[in-house]
Design a protein around this ligand. Sequence first.
Ligand code: ATP
Ligand code: LTN
Length: 334
Amino acid sequence: MEDSKKTLFSGMQATGNLTLGNYLGALKNWVALSDEYNCFYCVVDEHSITVRQDPAELRNRARKLLTLYLAAGLDPEKNCIYYQSHVSAHAELAWILNCFTYMGELQRMTQFKDKSAKHADNINAGLFTYPVLMAADILLFQSDVVPVGIDQMQHLELTRDIAQRFNGIYGDVFKIPEAYIGKSGAKIMSLQEPTKKMSKSDENPNASIYLLDDPDTIMRKFKRAVTDSEGTILYRDEQPGVKNLIDIYSACTGKAPADIEKEFDGKGYGDFKMEVGETVVSVLKPLQDRMADIAKDKAYVDNVIKTNAEKANYFANKTLRKVQKKVGFPERIR
Ligand code: ATP
Ligand code: LTN
């Protein structure tokens, strides 16, 4: 890790199948930023168990997600790609920060409200304190920037509040992180209900493009994407389905929405959907191929898991020890 560079932290949950929203809203930006910063990219498996998981499946998905990070182009030599559960400082700092977070703050979190409505039979304390663990993830590494989709902004604000509160009491312990929201793709919507975000936990498989969907499936889902009866390809809130397709096309090609409107001026929805579908296939196919290649090299992936966890532990423990000292835990005797 280079001293001159600023630090970036981000993470994804190893639950469900990753969607195009995860890729365009998060992973793609991670890759774009990975040269400029010292980066920590975490598979946040501890966050995943706030919702009941099948153990074998969680393990399997966590490995797949880590492989996806590598396939997307994140370099494990320059950056740190690891499992949250391999770095115990996450949970230890989360405990301490729990004691600096108010119930009222957590009660306001929309993700908690949404997830507790969805999992009414398992509203556990972990689901409630989830944002504190996320704050610990970020603050452990003295992160400057945190690239996330818009849905995570509220958690980022809370992280900053907790850090400022702690610093107010104990001096400058934590760096105050900034969110980084990509210019395009920050909120990809469901293909079936374009006023809802595309989510990997959506029950309707046609609502989401999964990163591992084959080309035929991708094309079929775009063909069925919900639009409207306006018949014009314009980037405006009144046409959420079309707007979402323009957003997807924009995030994949780098073209601005206004230029996309011009490009498809006078064309029908059918043609437009096909073009967006083909563009998405051309982005996802190479990613899928690289993932399959990397997964075959078990020793390589194992080595990344081991060496990168060591790196992450080193940096995380530096902050944890400082925090423990500040709050008054007894010194270790060596
Ligand atoms: P779920 O949809 O099941 O609640 P999630 O996909 O939001 O899960 P994560 O896997 O932790 O949860 O999200 C990883 C990253 O992907 C986060 O930065 C999040 O903001 C981003 N992200 C998720 N969905 C979208 C979306 N539809 N558009 C843009 N970014 C998204
Ligand atoms: N809460 C996030 C995942 C997450 C995260 C983080 C993102 C956990 N810890 C730290 C950025 C930084 C989510 O549900 N998408």
